[in-house]
Each structure stands twice: as C-alpha cells, then as structure tokens.
Design a protein around this ligand. Structure first.
Ligand code: RFL
Ligand code: PHB
Length: 391
C-alpha cells in the first residue's frame, strides 16, 4: 500500500488527524490493533474544553455535541463543610462541554466512514521502518493473517500509552519525565440521574471523591483508592457509602442518589512526557507522547490540541513542500503539554489525600485560596476551560 501519511492508532488523535488531513487533500491510512467495537465502547474522558469544541465545530463535527452534550459554566470544588462554585464563564468567558469520549469517537468514526477513510482494525505486529528517510514505512499483519506494508511520506504515532511508536525514537535521543502517584481512581458508571448540575471535585480526609456525568440519566463517579486495589473488594454498597461520605451527602441539604452500577474499574495515575515529539519522518501525538492524571480532564483535550497543530504542519510539508511548521511542531506542542502536565499535577496533588498531615494543611489552604481569590480562581478556570490552540 502507498499513502502520504501512515497513522498508527484509531483513537481520537488518529481519527481526528486523518479527518483534518483529508479536508486539505492529504491522504492517509489508519491501522489499529483493536476491533472497531472495542475502540468505540472504551469508557474514558468526559469533558471537552473550549478549544476542543471550537475545533470540532470548525470541521462540522460539533452538531451532535451541541444537541446532546451539556455545556457547563464551571465546577464545584469542596471540602468538608464547604462547597464553592468556580465560574469559568464569569472568570474567562469560556465554558466546557460534558460529552463522552465514546461520543466523540463515534462522530469521528462516522465522519471518516463518510469520507471513505481506509482503516485497518484488528492488526498485529505493528513495526515502523526507515523513519530517518523520506520513505518511511509501517508493516503489520492484517486480521486475516496476511503480512502488509504501507509506504508513506510521514508516519504519525497516535497509538496511545502502550503503542510502539514512542520507542521508535532512538534511545540516545529520547528523554522522558515521569511521576507515578501513590493512589488510583476507582471509577463507576451508574444508571442514575446526576445528583449535581456541574462536576463536583471533593477533598476529604478519606480521599478524593468526584461526581461527573454522561447524560441526564447516566452518572460517572470516582473515588481515590490505594494503588493495587482489587475492584472486587468494593461492593456497590461500599462504593455508594464512600461517595456519600466524601461528596458531602446531607451537607446543606444536598443528597447523593445512588443507582445501579453498570461499570466499575480501577485506574492507576501517572504523569509522563517523552521528547522529542518528532524524529525524522515520525511524529508523535496524544497519549503516545504524554500522559496526564485525569484530575484536570486534560488527556483527550491535549491529544486534540496536538493534532490541531500537527495537521496544518503536515499539509504544509506534503502539499506545499514547506517544512517550517513541521520543524516547529514538537516545540509548539510541548509548550501546551507542559502547561497541561503542570495543571493536571497541581489539581491532582491539591485534591488527593496522603498520609502526611502537613500535605493536608497545604491542600486546604490552597483550596481556600483558589475559591476565595479572583486570581486563584481565574488561574484554575483558564487552565481548565482551556488555553487557545497553539498556546
Ligand atoms: P488512545 O485513545 O489511547 O488511542 C490510541 C489507539 O492506538 C491503538 N494502538 C495501536 N494501533 C496500532 N498498532 C499498535 N501497535 C497499537 N497500539 C495501540 C490503541 O488500541 C488505541 O485505539 O490515545 P489518543 O488518541 O492519544 O487519545 C487520548 C485519550 O484517549 C486520553 O488522553 C483520555 O481518555 C484521557 N482521559 C481524559 N481526558 C480528557 O481530556 N478529559 C477527561 O475527562 C478524561 N478523563 C481519561 C479520563 C482517561 C481515563 N482513563 C481510562 C485512562 C478518564 C479516564 C478514566
Ligand atoms: C469524566 O467524566 O470521566 C471525568 C471528568 C472530569 C475529570 C476526569 C474524568 O477531571
């Protein structure tokens, strides 16, 4: 096979990139290890920042999001006895949208199907070759067991945190930064109307608790748990009791309504960045290059922002033979990556309890400052609701 851009990974980064390239007349082929059904049903992110929504709107993919998603003007931040609303719209003029990653994925899959995009699902043995030449290639075994090869002008690694692309940057050139946190999230999906209008992020001596949502009838909630927690040790009743305690059931008359739990899983948390995000004719985008803990709702948005910078750079390189944007891609993308890495670390360490009582006092002091000072609240709002693409 021959194409201009070989894209590894059919998650949001890979599919959005193929869509943006196609709009500017650049061809691509996408390869994906999982099945289309598996990729479509993975429960992940829930919050889209302002610039993600703007980008989706600008390419005609904002229709269902605006009809079925839910615009939120801010979040609630709380600790025992106190709940405060941080109003993003008042502070920055920007809002966020609650619209599941599953829905974004579905919109992208539909758009790529309408555009006749070649996507090979259920492949194995993905390997990248000749990245330091103008004729890189990707080889793989297709779902019928046949060896395949894509010759391309450029290879883009959109293969998430476990894909092979990032390891294709030679070890002597690679630099990585990592922070592993001493806690995980136990996440549930429940068939019950959300008990809150906007997301609640709660500090509690028992650990962080969070109330998010997917629709008027589906709630998404999280609890901080120790690393290595076995999900089977948390019965549904134990989960709802812990959520009620941490989220402040009964505080000022607020009540958490429990309901049937339809999905339950434990997610470890880490921060990770690898540079460079470009090596020769290989470009990395999204979780393939960086991972953030989910407390700032940044992972999906950062993947979209990378692609928003990369697509015009590849169009200029391949269509107009102008390599200036491609040459600056890694540097431009990394500015936002480090901003979001800091913000996600900051939200995470402000809200998750440790066994050090000194940490707890600093966290409470920080929470009081963020919710009472215009400067503190605006900093959170600007980072959460989103910096402009290209920041
Ligand atoms: P993805 O979505 O992981 O897609 C990568 C794809 O590459 C495929 N792949 C391969 N394909 C071919 N050959 C190989 N050898 C391959 N190896 C892997 C994979 O199968 C996969 O389909 O990465 P992408 O596109 O960069 O998108 C990143 C986002 O998915 C991720 O950052 C977010 O889900 C993170 N995240 C959140 N982000 C937000 O912006 N807001 C949120 O509210 C938010 N909440 C979350 C989250 C992630 C979570 N989990 C499960 C980690 C909540 C959770 C619980
Ligand atoms: C979610 O709805 O899954 C979600 C929302 C906000 C976060 C993390 C996850 O910060």
């Amino acid at each position: 096979m021959r194409t201009q851009v070989a894209i590894i990974g059919a998650g949001p980064a890979g599919l959005l990139l193929s869509h943006l390239l196609a709009q500017d007349g650049v061809e691509s082929i996408v390869v994906e290890t999982r099945s289309a059904e598996y990729v479509a049903s993975r429960i992940r992110a829930g919050v889209l920042e302002h610039s993600t929504v703007e980008l989706l709107d600008s390419i005609g993919l904002g229709g269902r999001l605006r009809a079925e998603g839910d615009e939120h003007g801010g979040i609630h931040l709380q600790w025992p006895g106190e709940r405060h609303h941080v109003d993003f719209v008042d502070l920055t003029g920007r809002s966020v949208w609650v619209y599941g990653q599953t829905e974004v994925q579905k919109d992208l899959v539909d758009a790529r199907a309408a555009g006749g995009q070649q996507i090979h699902y259920e492949i194995s043995e993905t390997a990248l070759h000749d990245l330091e030449t103008d004729r890189p290639s990707v080889t793989f075994v297709d779902r019928d067991g046949n060896a395949q090869r894509i010759d391309a002008d450029v290879v883009v690694g959109c293969d998430g945190s476990f894909g092979p692309s990032r390891a294709s940057v030679p070890e002597r050139l690679r630099e990585t930064w990592e922070r592993v946190y001493p806690y995980s999230w136990l996440g549930i999906l429940a068939d019950v109307a959300p008990s809150t209008d906007e997301l609640i992020y709660a500090w509690h001596p028992d650990g962080f608790g969070m109330h998010s949502m997917r629709s008027a009838t589906v709630s998404r909630l999280y609890l901080q748990v120790p690393n290595g927690t076995d999900v089977d040790t948390w019965s549904d009743d134990r989960i709802w009791d812990a959520l009620a305690m941490r989220l402040g059931h009964g505080q000022d008359g607020w009540e958490l309504t429990p309901g049937p739990i339809t999905e339950k899983s434990v997610l470890p948390m880490r921060s990770f960045v690898q540079t460079p995000m470009r090596h020769g004719r290989l470009f990395l985008a999204g979780d393939a290059a960086h991972i953030v803990p989910p407390t700032g709702a940044k992972g999906l948005n950062l993947a979209v922002a990378d692609v928003g910078v990369l697509a015009p750079a590849l169009v200029a390189l391949l269509r107009d033979k102008d390599d200036r944007l491609a040459d600056s891609y890694a540097e431009v993308a990394l500015r936002r990556v480090w901003r979001c890495t800091h913000f996600s670390w900051w939200m995470t360490t402000m809200l998750h309890t440790t066994d050090d009582p000194f940490d707890a006092q600093l966290q409470l002091s920080q929470l009081r400052w963020v919710t009472s000072s215009a400067a503190g609240a605006t900093g959170l709002a600007e980072n959460y609701a989103g910096l402009p693409i290209g920041f």
